[in-house]
Ligand binder design. Structure first.
Ligand SMILES: *Cc1c(COP(=O)(O)O)cnc(C)c1O
Length: 390
């Protein structure tokens, strides 16, 4: 055996929890509410568009490094239609292998060794690994429960910024808590970025998954922000095709150039035929987005009711397709142990939020459930979880 096969930058990162918990779900025949992938595919006409592209020989060979023009135009059109943000499809849009690559390439391109990157905690697990691969130092700002939701403490954010801060890595709507930062909160985030001349990477993959009164406002739309913000989107979340790995970046040309320079040595290009299909998806009428949102909102309510009945404290999400719960009312305090035992106890798999924290104790009592599943599956899960209350 080679001693210490993993380099020191990655030593703290083992297998992602998602692979581990999905394997546990298969092994135990449990309902998998751990990993956030939909159990029904996105729109049929978009699947057909992918088939057509493949048959017509579009995208079967290396597409252009920035993505096919059709996709870049559609992304620019989407930002304009939905947010009145204008981007030049030729110089300010970049297609990536999912949002995952967009995050990796942005951090590798824009963070110098030793730079501090301020990220909202709990954070999406790839953030920590990518900051580490870039040689940066992560500085978490923790969202904490207040009035029924996990909220950002803007004073804490202000205090986290130092002369070594290079970047704010923001995620709204926020995975795993379901928090959607308000316009007022985002205005403060933006003002801090401008005041300290920071770069901002804004992971907005759940931009269309907002419920009730919540609204998604892109960080790039605030004064002084367009020029410093790399915005990330993904067809996986917006169109329920997580396996296609089509993501995109919108940013001013110098930032896109930088991100592309890292991206070209990661995948170079990916998902050729799917890029054409996603270009069509991005042009779907408002009715698609409204129906998608309404469907997920109803699913949220089914699972939230089930979890409440089972005895969890439920943080009803304003966005994303995740519900974060507190297990302490069930007499539990260790989310890891709870999630390990849950398949046996109730035939359901969930994710311990502690994996998304630097300070694991802070995240210990929280557990995340995904609701991007068929209603019958969620109802079955709700019935099973009632065993916990008994
Ligand atoms: C799912 C997810 C991603 C990754 O998206 P892909 O397009 O599947 O690579 C990135 N960020 C957040 C917050 C996510 O939940």
């Amino acid at each position: 055996m080679i001693r210490k096969p993993v380099n020191s930058r990655l030593a703290e990162f083992g297998t992602t929890i998602f692979a581990e918990m999905s394997a546990l779900a298969v092994r135990t025949g449990s309902i998998n509410l751990g990993q956030g992938f939909p159990d029904t595919d996105g729109p049929e006409e978009i699947r057909e568009a992918a088939v057509r592209a493949l048959r017509d020989g579009r995208g079967n060979q290396y597409p252009p490094a920035s993505g096919v023009p059709e996709l870049r135009q559609a992304v620019a059109g989407h930002q304009r239609e939905h947010y009145a943000l204008t981007y030049d499809p030729d110089t300010e849009v970049l297609a990536t292998a999912g949002a995952t690559e967009a995050i990796a390439a942005s951090l590798l391109a824009l963070v110098h060794p030793g730079d501090e990157v301020v990220a909202l905690e709990p954070y999406y697990d790839s953030y920590a690994a990518c900051i580490a691969m870039a040689g940066g130092k992560r500085v978490p700002v923790t969202l904490r429960p207040r009035d029924g939701a996990f909220r950002l403490d803007l004073d804490e954010l202000r205090d986290a910024i130092t002369p070594r801060t290079r970047m704010l890595l923001i995620n709204t709507p926020h995975n795993p808590t379901g928090t959607v930062l308000t316009r007022e909160e985002l205005a403060v985030v933006a003002a801090l970025a401008v005041e300290h001349d920071l770069l901002v990477v804004s992971d907005e993959v759940y931009e269309h998954l907002v419920y009730d009164e919540a609204e998604h406002v892109p960080l790039a739309s605030f004064p002084g922000m367009r020029e410093r913000t790399v915005t990330i989107g993904s067809a996986g979340k917006t169109f329920s095709f997580t396996g296609w790995k089509v993501g995109w970046v919108t940013a001013p040309a110098p930032l896109v150039d930088a991100v592309r320079s890292a991206k070209q040595f990661l995948t170079y290009v990916a998902s050729g035929p799917f890029q054409y299909a996603v270009a069509e998806a991005l042009r779907l009428p408002a009715g698609y987005f409204d129906a998608f949102r309404a469907d997920l909102r109803a699913k949220r309510d089914v699972l939230a009711a089930g979890l409440t009945e089972a005895g969890f404290t439920v943080y009803r999400p304003a966005g994303t397709y995740f519900i974060t719960t507190d297990i302490r009312p069930l007499g539990e305090s260790d989310g890891f142990a709870f999630c390990q035992a849950l398949p046996e106890r109730a035939g359901v798999v969930a994710i311990p939020n502690a994996v998304f924290y630097d300070n694991r104790a802070e995240g210990a009592p929280f557990v995340r459930f995904a609701f991007c599943k068929r209603t019958a599956v969620l109802q079955d899960a709700a019935t099973r979880l009632k065993r916990l209350a008994a």
